[in-house]
Each structure stands twice: as C-alpha cells, then as structure tokens.
Ligand binder design. Sequence first.
Ligand code: C5P
Ligand code: MG
Length: 190
Amino acid sequence: MTNIVLFGPPGAGKGTQAERLKTNFKLNHISTGDLFRSNIKNQTELGNKAKEYIDKGELVPDEVTIGMLKEAVKENQHGNGFIFDGFPRTVAQAKALDEFLLTLKTEVHGMIALDVNDEVLVQRLLERGKTSGRADDANEEIIRNRVSVYYKETSILKDYYQEKNKYYSVDGVGSIDEIADRLAQIVEKL
Ligand code: C5P
Ligand code: MG
C-alpha cells in the first residue's frame, strides 16, 4: 500500500496531478476540498457549516475536516493506497492522520510538494475562477487570503514530514505531463 500526501499552496496543481497519480498507480484520490464542495451542493449539515469558512478562504475547524476524511477513507478501502489532496492542512490534522492510519496498520509513505511561486498561483486561480464556478476562486482578495492561510498554518507541515524523512518536492511549473513524470519518479520509489 502506498499513501501519499500531495502538498502545495492553492493553485499548485494538486487536484490535476492527483487525477494522474490515481490512474497511473491505482490509488484512491481523496480531496477534502471536493468533499466539502459536494456537501455544500447537497446542503448537508456539514456542508452548511463548512461553507462559512470556505467562502472566506479560511480553514474549516479541524474536528469537522478530520471526521469527514476518516469517513472517506473507510468508504474507499480498495486500490493500492490513497492520495490525500488538500489534507492535512494543519499539524493537528497531520497528527490525526498518522494516528488514524496506524489503526488501519498503515502510514503516510511520503509527502510530495508542488513548488509554484505565489504570483503564478494567484494568476492560475483567477484563470480557473472563470470556469470553475468556485466562489473562492473568483475574488482576488479571497485567493490571497487562501495563500496567506497556507503560509500561516499549512506550510509548517513541510517540517513535520521532513523530520520523518518523508518530504519530497518537485517543480510545479511546466506542462501537466512533465509534472506528472516528476511525481511518478518519486512515487515509484516510495
Ligand atoms: O483543497 P481546496 O483548495 O479545494 O480546498 C478549498 C477550501 O476548503 C479551502 O480554501 C478551505 O476553506 C477548505 N479546506 C479546509 N481544510 C482542508 C481542506 C480544505 O478548510 N483540509
Ligand atoms: Mg484542489
């Protein structure tokens, strides 16, 4: 089993590359952002709660996100492992993920970061906002808040995985194919 955390700021290309990894390595793609959006669309209790944070570009409280993630993992026990996309985003989430995977007798094998500079991110997200229908992609102020939340709360996770010798990074600028190749070279060795 291979479990990967795909890491990087909003707009780094995690979702796009997760789909490639899913196909190439037969992994389950678990995107907490997508799960939130589907809950919001279906107006579930969880969705209504998450919406107020997501619309502002803030993080949904850990206990909500962690509970949702665990359910998704339990419901998808097939394939060769998991790609976690957009999770963990805080140290508490990373610790919860470690404990949870331990109960399933497995672990995170590697975190792979997609490196992309901030101005490229903002431009990509504004461009995506024209077609994604995501309110949090449509407004530059919200986009900049998401990037700033990433640096304040999420980027520290690099150290968390580096201490466990589980941190890898690839250049996230280039064609989708080129970046997919860079990721595949790492995943093959995990
Ligand atoms: O991962 P993605 O960029 O699709 O997430 C969209 C939004 O969902 C984030 O900006 C944040 O508001 C919320 N989110 C969160 N905690 C996570 C993942 C997503 O609060 N672990
Ligand atoms: Mg995404």
